[in-house]
Structure formats: structure tokens, C-alpha cells
Design a protein. Structure first.
Length: 469
């Protein structure tokens, strides 16, 4: 069957190009605030690392590893509240903004539960660190860092919950403002508290943790105040319901465990496999990871913006538009990460110089970090593909299968392969980075095949009665 076209109708290729251009404009409008939000997290991580680097490799290793281990404590509830964006975007696509708002509240409930759980677990930190092969000076600094940094768990999860809610509605600028405020407060707090300025005590590694907690808490309080004020103006058409909270947890817990078990494998890699190579290798890897976050966070922001469009398209019953949305999102994210990879190949010493600020150890540090950074260029395209496909599947509600896929690859391939390559075969730091390349390649391939299967088309995240306006 053919469709009649008038003599002045534009050709199909021109229509397709025009539609792609419109999608890219919308993607850019949604993505740039998310990119800035994610970039602020990169700046905070780099600020923490650079501003303690002059204290020596033990302080650098404790601060960067402490941030990683803190994230391991936050990542499960963060993964749960990421799904708030899936509900919010699909309900927005169905025209039910009041329903979307209720899921913002459910995300805040998860944040409150996180704070209670983490505070209760704080006494276990020293025993957990004692079981890991840290050098004694690194272990002492790391314990001091974690006792402070973990106090900000609820605020960190709460910011992500509200950012997911607003992002699903297409309002990515408000969360960006909160992220920028947190970044500025964090950098200023580092300057005040790490070395001691304007009469503040010089707290070193502990000061970095304290600055992060204070900045996150203040930014979260501001975002909550806006959310509550908007709710009072708008009102709600239905009260909060345990059934909806249960639905959030039904899809959110697989997402949270997805992130948690994957990150647990990464934490095992850092704390057991790489730590066994010595403090210099650990500090070098964490510096390389900080630099790679410059590429990853903006690309993840683009993937998150693409997921907003995917969720809204599904909510509006336009599932056939989803594959093209995902393809365009991947093209943008991959282009950015490939540019970052080229920068690693062209300017490794320049990029690593801010981390090599302790003269006695600088030469050894740069020798190890340079090798790691050059090899990390190999995973950029895989990272972009995994982010794009993973976010698209999350927006569709396909969280259970992705959980099992990530767990299988992380613990069935990455953890044992890295252990064998680094600790058994003695492959050293290059084998450690090669294991990360293998992991991201397998993950990208698995998520792509899952998306191609079309199973996400059969998932109903929001039932009609829950999304009724």
C-alpha cells in the first residue's frame, strides 16, 4: 500500500532529516542542564582530588577511594529513585502531572529511609575497612573520611529523587541550579577546611568530606523548599498511596540492585585487586577514573535526556519512535566520549599534571597513571553505548532483566577476569584497565541485544488507571 503525495510535498529523506533535527534540538534543550549537573559532580570529584594531592599519595588515595566507597553506600537507593524519572516522564506523556508529582514524594521517602539506614550502619565502618588490604595510613584516613561523608547519604539520594522527578517533566534546569550551588559550596568548603583558611581549622582529608556533606545538604534543602512550595500552589488530585509506592519499589529495586551489584564489583576491583598493587597504583587509577568521569558524566547526562524523550514517547503511545530517539542519543554521547579519548591520547601528561603535586612521588605516579590513561581511551565508545541503552531500557521499565545482565557480567566475567589477570597472572596496572575495557564492551553488547529484542515494548510501567488524569 502506498501513500499519495502532493506535487509540492517534501521528499521522505528531507522529512526524516527535519524530524531528526527537531529531536536533536529537543535533546539538546533537555541535555545541557543535565550535562552541567553531571559536570558539577565531576568538578567536585576533581576538586577533592586536586586539593588534597599536595598532602601526598595516602591522602589522595583515601579521599578518592572514600568518595568511591561512599557512592557504593548511596548507589542502591539512588538506583531506586532514578526510576522516578521513568514514572514522571511516562505520566507526563499521558498528561497526568499530578500523578508524576506523587512519585517525587515517593522518591523523597526512599531518601529518608536511606539516611536512617546509613546512620545505623556507621559503627560498622572500621571493621569493614580492617578486612581490606589498605596500608595503615590510608586506612586511618579513609575511616575518618567515611565517618563524615556517609552522613550526607539522605541528602545525596534526595537530590537525585527530585532531579529525576523534574527531569521526567522536562524541567532539567531547576536540578541544574541545585547541582551548581552544591558544587560552588563544595569547592569553597574544600578551600576553607582542607588546609585551613580564614581562620577555619586545617582538617585535611576530613575537611574534604565535611565540605561535601555540608554542600549536599544545603543544596538539597533548597530543592525541597521549591518542591514543597510548588505543591502548595498546584495542589494534588489524589493523596499518596502505598500501592504506588509499591509500584515504584517493584521497578526501582531491580534498578537499584542493578547499580549496587555492578558498583560492588567495581568496589571489589578497587579495594581488593588494585589496592594489592600498592598505593601508587591505587592513586593513579583513581586519578584516571576522575578524568574519565569528565567524559562519562556529560555523556550520561545526554543518555538521561534521551531517556526522558523515550519515556514521554512511550507514555504518549509512540513506541515506534523510540529506536530513532535512542540512535540519535547514542550518536551525541559517543561523539563526546570519543573526543575525550583523543584528548587522553594526545595530552596525557597535561591532563594528569594536577594530580602529581607531591614532588617525591610525582615521577612514579605519572609513569603508572600515563599508561592507565592511554589504555582507558579504548573504552569510550563502549561506555557511551552502555549508558544510552541502559537509560533507554530504564525509561521503558525494563529493569529486572538489566539487573540480571549487569550482575552476570560484573560478577561472572569482570571480577574473576580482573582477579586472574592482575593478581594471579601478575598483569599489573595495564591488566587492571584492560579488564575495565572488557567489562564495558560486554555490557554494551548485552544491553544493545536486549534493546534490539524489543522486549521493552511489552512492559507497562504505568497502568492506565494509575495514569488517568
Amino acid at each position: 500500500m502506498t501513500t499519495a503525495r502532493g506535487p509540492d510535498a517534501p521528499p521522505a529523506t528531507a522529512l526524516a532529516a527535519e524530524q531528526a533535527s527537531a529531536v536533536l534540538r529537543t535533546l539538546a534543550r533537555l541535555a545541557w542542564p543535565i550535562v552541567i549537573s553531571r559536570a558539577t559532580q565531576v568538578v567536585v570529584g576533581l576538586s577533592d582530588a586536586v586539593m588534597v594531592a599536595h598532602l601526598g599519595p595516602p591522602s589522595l588515595a583515601a579521599t578518592t577511594t572514600g568518595a568511591t566507597n561512599s557512592y557504593a553506600a548511596f548507589i542502591l537507593p539512588m538506583g531506586v529513585v532514578f526510576v522516578v524519572a521513568s514514572f514522571s516522564s511516562q505520566l507526563a506523556g499521558m498528561g497526568d502531572r499530578a500523578g508524576a508529582r506523587r512519585y517525587g514524594w515517593y522518591g523523597l521517602a526512599v531518601a529518608a529511609a536511606t539516611e536512617l539506614a546509613v546512620v545505623a550502619a556507621l559503627p560498622l565502618v572500621p571493621a569493614a575497612l580492617a578486612a581490606l588490604p589498605y596500608a595503615p595510613d590510608v586506612r586511618a584516613l579513609l575511616a575518618d573520611y567515611l565517618r563524615v561523608r556517609l552522613l550526607g547519604a539522605g541528602a545525596a539520594v534526595g537530590i537525585e529523587a527530585l532531579a529525576s522527578y523534574y527531569g521526567g517533566l522536562g524541567n532539567t534546569r531547576l536540578p541544574m541550579r541545585a547541582s551548581v550551588a552544591a558544587m560552588l559550596l563544595n569547592v569553597a568548603g574544600n578551600w576553607l577546611l582542607i588546609d585551613g583558611h580564614l581562620g577555619a581549622p586545617a582538617l585535611g582529608v576530613r575537611g574534604s568530606a565535611l565540605a561535601s556533606v555540608a554542600a549536599t545538604t544545603i543544596a538539597f534543602a533548597g530543592l525541597v523548599a521549591v518542591f514543597v512550595a510548588q505543591g502548595r500552589r498546584q495542589g494534588t488530585r489524589r493523596p499518596l498511596a502505598l500501592a504506588e509506592l509499591g509500584r515504584l519499589l517493584r521497578f526501582g529495586l531491580p534498578s537499584g540492585f542493578n547499580w549496587f551489584f555492578e558498583f560492588l564489583a567495581y568496589a571489589f576491583f578497587v579495594n581488593v585487586i588494585v589496592t594489592g598493587l600498592g598505593t601508587t597504583s591505587l592513586a593513579a587509577l583513581m586519578a584516571v577514573i576522575q578524568l574519565n568521569s569528565v567524559a562519562f558524566m556529560p555523556a550520561f547526562g545526554v543518555a538521561s535526556a534521551g531517556a526522558i524523550l523515550v519515556g514521554q514517547a512511550i507514555g504518549a503511545e509512540r513506541r515506534d519512535a523510540v529506536p530513532r530517539l535512542v540512535l540519535l542519543t547514542f550518536a551525541v554521547a559517543c561523539g563526546w566520549q570519543l573526543l575525550a579519548g583523543l584528548a587522553y591520547l594526545a595530552l596525557p601528561d597535561l591532563l594528569l599534571a594536577p594530580f602529581a603535586r607531591d614532588p617525591p612521588s610525582a615521577a612514579a605516579f605519572l609513569g603508572v597513571a600515563r599508561r592507565m590513561l592511554l589504555l582507558s581511551a579504548a573504552w569510550q565508545a563502549f561506555d557511551a553505548a552502555a549508558s544510552t541503552m541502559g537509560e533507554a531500557l530504564r525509561a521503558a521499565g525494563d529493569t529486572a532483566f538489566v539487573l540480571w545482565l549487569r550482575v552476570a557480567i560484573a560478577w561472572g566475567a569482570f571480577a574473576p577476569a580482573s582477579w586472574l589477570a592482575v593478581r594471579v597472572a601478575g598483569g599489573g596496572d595495564l591488566a587492571a584497565v584492560a579488564s575495565l575495557v572488557l567489562y564495558l564492551a560486554l555490557l554494551a553488547a548485552g544491553l544493545f541485544l536486549r534493546f534490539r529484542s524489543g522486549a521493552w515494548r511489552r512492559i507497562r510501567l504505568v497502568e492506565p488507571e494509575l495514569g488517568a488524569a
